[in-house]
Design a protein around this ligand. Structure first.
Ligand code: C2E
Ligand code: MG
Ligand code: MG
Length: 370
């Protein structure tokens, strides 16, 4: 009734189901008129209503499309209005958005990519690259970080930022993590078996918020360890501060259980998120990875150098390991060493390598940087 009250007599409103309504507005002259109509409707819906003695406020997101696109059936028109509505939702609550054909292309592109990712995970077609991690003072190899890649048949090798957000939204993150986890544990174990000098190396795997929220996560990690034969102490799970803080209670329980298994935990991209320092002392975290945005600006006397020094101090005081990420020059490595940073990773020391390349590199260079 509220919606109807804001429409013109010849407009039609219908409830499609659930909380979805459609308005067929006849004789709209131009886009601004459609937007003005949508705003009138949103305004009507914004007014609070009383429900069982409580004031409740609802909002609406509105998607708009136009018959001028030449629709021949109602379904196609509703689909496009729906697509625009999801865009409105994505832009923030209580907004309206107009459909255009670019939107349609973007949506079908995305759906296609989602399906392709699902199949790639099913088929074990994702790849893992290994970036070495070093002890900075001795230059000794400490282990590798496993980084997922998607060799896409048409678009080439895709980096995680191209598909991780989509994996997250389409609930594929846990399967992705399992794939990387198993691959990485098996790979390290294989290197160790073929060369006993590598027995002390560790492997780091990045995990997502979905993993931390999954009740089966500890069992999943344990299975990867059992199946690969890798000792738990040689596996480090990396998570960002924001993942941790978003689900603090759940996360601290899960981390405690992982610790019980013997797995190490690292806080990734440290310094860029929202972790509270009081939590940091209590959480079962073994190391902090200083985000590369700090490392890249290291210069003697620079403010960033003071921040890095403070993080290293903090890590030492809390008896946590400190790893510097994104070291791109000898100068940065030298400064970090001087500041007492234990571990380092970055293009200057070693780029991410395919399993074959990393295996060959291990054979020729041994386990030292020099
Ligand atoms: P991260 O865990 O902080 O990984 C470090 C990223 O920095 C990697 O990018 C690495 O290739 C890049 N990097 C390393 N050294 C340097 C350097 O010297 N300079 C610069 N500019 N970059 C450097 P990548 O592989 O694109 O991964 C990006 C992010 O995606 C990762 O950040 C991690 O958060 C996420 N990610 C990667 N693999 C996985 C995975 O298997 N699972 C999950 N959940 N996340 C993953
Ligand atoms: Mg990481
Ligand atoms: Mg990082």
């Amino acid at each position: 009734r509220r919606i109807q009250g804001r429409l013109r007599p010849h407009d039609t409103v219908a409830r499609l189901g659930g909380d979805e309504f459609a308005i067929l507005a006849d004789r709209i002259e131009h886009e601004p008129a459609a937007v003005a109509l949508a705003e009138r409707v949103m305004d009507a819906l914004r007014q609070p209503l009383r429900l069982a003695g409580t004031e409740v406020v609802v909002g609406a997101s509105i998607g708009i499309t136009f018959s001028a696109f030449g629709y021949t059936d109602a379904d196609a028109m509703l689909r496009d209005a729906d697509t625009a509505m999801y865009k409105a939702k994505g832009d923030g609550r209580a907004r309206c958005a107009l459909f255009d054909s670019g939107l349609h292309a973007a949506v079908s592109d995305r759906l296609r990519l989602e399906g392709e990712l699902r199949r790639a995970i099913d088929d074990g077609a994702l790849g893992v690259q290994y970036q070495p991690l070093f002890e900075l003072d001795q230059g000794r190899l400490a282990g590798f970080e496993a980084l997922v890649r998607w060799p896409h048949p048409r678009d080439g090798l895709l980096a995680p930022d191209r598909f991780l957000p989509m994996a997250e939204e389409s609930q594929q993150m846990e399967r992705l993590t399992d794939f990387v986890l198993h691959c990485a544990c098996r790979q390290l174990r294989q290197w160790q078996v073929s060369n006993p000098a590598l027995a002390g190396l560790g492997i780091s795997v990045n995990v997502s918020g979905a993993d931390l929220a999954s009740p089966a996560f500890v069992a999943r990690v344990s299975r990867a360890l059992v199946e690969s034969g890798l000792p738990a102490q040689q596996l480090t799970l990396e998570l960002t501060e924001n993942i941790l803080m978003a689900r603090y209670d759940e996360a601290s329980r899960t981390l405690a259980a992982l610790r019980q298994l013997g797995v190490h935990i690292a806080l990734d991209d440290f310094g860029t998120g929202y972790s509270s320092l009081s939590h940091l002392a209590q959480l079962p975290i073994d190391s902090l990875k200083i985000d590369r945005s700090f490392v890249s600006q290291l210069a003697p006397g620079a403010d960033q150098a003071a921040v890095v020094a403070a993080i290293i101090q903090l890590g030492q005081t809390l008896r946590k390991g400190v790893v510097a990420e994104g070291i791109e020059s000898a100068d940065q490595a030298q400064q970090l060493r001087a500041l007492g940073c234990h571990f380092g990773q970055g293009y200057h020391l070693g780029t991410p390598l395919t399993a074959e390349a990393a295996g060959a590199w291990l054979q020729t260079r041994g386990a030292t940087l020099h």
